[in-house]
Design a protein around this ligand. Structure first.
Ligand SMILES: *Cc1c(COP(=O)(O)O)cnc(C)c1O
Length: 230
């Protein structure tokens, strides 16, 4: 199947999920996760009009950013070591994996130095699986309170990864919980501006995530395939 056909099919499924849940299609954004594929394939994704690109390792993203940087809007979706922050700030406008205060502070410092801004999602480990990054739901309020004075890092919402399940329906409680947490934080007025965004849903579970309120879905395999990487 061609990339165009894959995108067409994903579009139909996103629209159907929006219809089922009474949501507007334009409230759901696609981040095409290109971490598995080549510069050429990433270029084709851009040519198809998908401008939000997700990468999870600075080494892999580097050549793509060099070749295509100004054509896309770049999202960092993987774990970030503090010493890599300098390679990320100025290239990636969005960070989906903000998972500790020390990282927020390093991002703030580097973004201030570069006179730029980053939009960040606070990563929450809703499922509690040990293999997953992210703060616990209980820690979110304190985190956001302590991050309130950052001026170059704008926390715009929450991100989570659901457990891998055979039945996508089984992911629903995790997505629902992330949304509930966001709404609760907004109701309490923890942040100056309300948290509007929810980054949740991947190739196997994006429809459920959209039904539960995702505003960003991160789609790799289903859009661009698995590429050369095992
Ligand atoms: C790789 C990755 C994705 C995309 O996964 P697919 O299942 O291939 O769609 C989404 N989010 C994160 C954080 C990832 O690391």
């Amino acid at each position: 199947m061609s990339l165009k056909e894959r995108i067409g099919q994903v579009e139909e499924r996103i629209q159907a999920a929006c219809d089922r849940s009474g949501r507007a299609r334009e409230d759901v954004h696609i981040v095409a996760v290109t971490k598995y594929v080549s510069v050429e394939m990433t270029h084709m994704v851009l040519e198809e009009g998908i401008i939000h690109l997700g990468e999870n390792r600075p080494q892999i993203a580097g050549p793509k950013w060099e070749a295509l940087g100004d054509q896309g809007i770049w999202h960092f979706i993987g774990h970030i070591q503090s010493r890599k922050v300098k390679d990320i700030v100025g290239k990636f406008q969005y960070i989906h994996s903000l998972d500790r205060l020390s990282l927020a502070k390093e991002l703030e410092k580097r973004a201030a130095d570069a006179d730029t801004e980053v939009s960040a999602f606070l990563q929450v480990n809703v499922s509690g699986e040990e293999s997953k990054q992210g703060i616990t739901p209980e820690e979110a309020e304190q985190f956001l309170t302590e991050a309130a004075d950052l001026t170059h890092v704008k926390i715009i919402g929450l991100m989570t990864m659901a457990p891998i399940e055979d039945d996508p329906e089984a992911t629903r409680p995790f997505f629902r919980e992330l949304r509930r947490l966001r709404d609760e934080l907004n109701a309490k007025g923890v942040t100056k501006e309300p948290l509007t965004e929810l980054s949740m849903g991947m190739s196997d579970d994006f429809e459920v995530a959209i039904e539960e309120g995702a505003t960003w879905v991160r789609l790799g395999t289903i859009l661009v395939g698995k590429g050369e990487e095992k």
